[in-house]
Structure formats: structure tokens, C-alpha cells
Design a protein around this ligand. Sequence first.
Ligand code: F6P
Length: 319
Amino acid sequence: LKSIAVITSGGDSPGMNAAARAVVRTALYEGVKVWGINDGYKGLLEENMFEMKSQSVSDIIQRGGTFLGTARCPEFETPEGRKKAYDILVKKGIQGLLIIGGDGSLRGAQKLSAEQGIPIVGLPGTIDNDVWGTDYTIGSDTAANTIVEAINKLRDTASAHSRIIVIEVMGRKSGWLAMVAGISGGAEYILVPEETYDLDAICDNLRTRYARGKRSSIIVVAEGVGSGTAIGKIIGDKTGIDTRISVLGHIQRGGSPSVEDRLKASRLGEKAALALISGLSNIVFGFQKGKIVSIDLHDAVTNIKSLDPDYLRLAKILS
Ligand code: F6P
């Protein structure tokens, strides 16, 4: 292809900038024109886009968020909206689209390609790490580190006061963030949507351990399980132990990307741009066992990623 566009869509994630930067510089290196679309599919429908130069992506690798902007866009969820998007791309001479986003955004791209036949290559960009077919999504490492930092701080104050602290973290459908950050932060319990839990047993166990002199407990709750505030209230009432609740919120989405996110996003960006330029379509690039792989886009958006059972077991042993 001779002209492509890059777009970020859905929730932002740290490392999206590194990925977009790699896409732009790879395209320019290959002598291909590259457009940046602002504000996701919404911006595409508003023709909010610009041709990018190497300098357009200077000074962004270290920044969280997405310099292109992003948005949630109901109009793009309709066939009419996607047809309009396609017509705009054709009008601008754009022959292929590189989309960086989570499962919802990739699903939209898959429909656009299926209905209009435009080449699409995707990159998984979401802190949730819930895209099927890849062990890794852009931003997940930085977000997990942000949560671990929060757990460290909460542990200090919990231990000073002999308290339980319940921390609610993101992950609507996936417990990956809660699990990985919880294990790394030494959490006593990690509640994830992939597994049932017995709050009575947890509370009995906490009471016994505090009676023996335990001074702190961190309970990580993935938002997909339910409200951390409600669960924390029940734990406090049932155990009679002083309990505090912390809902981490959008702090998890921002921040300067980790080395891992910068490097992996840059590597994925290069591969994805080369694939799209060479005419490949309907694939998502990701990592499996440390190696870059391409995944069928349709498979990536129709299958549900499961949580590694090793994590579930490890969390139990270490709690
Ligand atoms: O999909 C990523 C995610 O961070 C989820 O974990 C969270 O539930 C959601 O986005 C929040 O999205 P927003 O506030 O942008 O609607």
C-alpha cells in the first residue's frame, strides 16, 4: 500500500504513543504516506485527520495517554456509520487502517473490514490484557506497576493501624490486572471475575489471623467482581476488623509507560506497519511466549481470553 492511517480507539493505555510512533516512522522509512486520525472512530467520521511527518511523533514515547486522542463512538457501531467511515478513507486516498485498541475497538475494525473490504491490521492496546491470542497488551505492564505501587503504600498504612484494606482495580471482564498486581504486591486475597469466592470463609480466616497478631491485609478486587466499596463494607462488618477501602480508578490508565510497554509497543508497531504496507489484512499482532505472533482478527475478537490457572493457584498458595 502507498497510504495508510493509524488510529487509537477505546480506553487509552500507556504505550499507545510508542506504538503509533513506531507505525509512523516505519511507514515513512518505507516511503509510505501515513495519516494520523484524531479521537478514534469519532474523529474518523468527522474527517479529523492529518498527514504525519517524522516530527509529528517526536517527544511522545515517554508519555501516557494517546497523543492522537481517543473516544467511544456509538455511530461507528452501526453499518451506516462504518460505511461513512469507509467512504471518508477512500476520499482521502487511505488504503489501509492500523488500529490500536482493546477488544471492542478491534471488533469495530473487524466489522469495517468484513463489510467494506478495507485492509485492517490491529494492535492490542488496553490495560486489561484481555485480548484473546496474545499474552500481552500494550499498557498492561505499566498499569500493573501502578497498582503494585499503590498496594505498597496501602500496606504501610494498613500495617501501622492493624487494618484490612480493600483495593478495587480495573478489569471489567478480566482479572488479569488484579491477579498479576495482587500476586506481585503480596495481597492476601485477590477476587477476580473468573473465579467464585466465599466471603464467609475469607472473613473467618481473616479473623483468625488477626487474633493471632496479623497487622495488615490487602484484598484486591477486580471491578468485574462487584463494587470494592460494597465488598469492603461486608468484610468490615463480618470480621469486626477496622477496614478501609480504596478505589484506584483512572490513575491506573495514565502515567509514563514502563520500559516493557515502550519496547513491546515499538516492536509491535513496526511489525504491524510492515504487514499492512505489504497488503496483509485482518490480523492482530501480539506476543506468545515472548515472541511476536500474528493472530486472526476474527479469532481475536470472538474468543474469550481466560486467566492462566497457574496464577489462580499461585495466588492461593502465597496468600
Ligand atoms: O477497557 C479498559 C478499562 O480501563 C476498563 O478496565 C475499565 O472498566 C474501563 O476501561 C473504564 O473506561 P472509561 O472510563 O474510559 O469508560
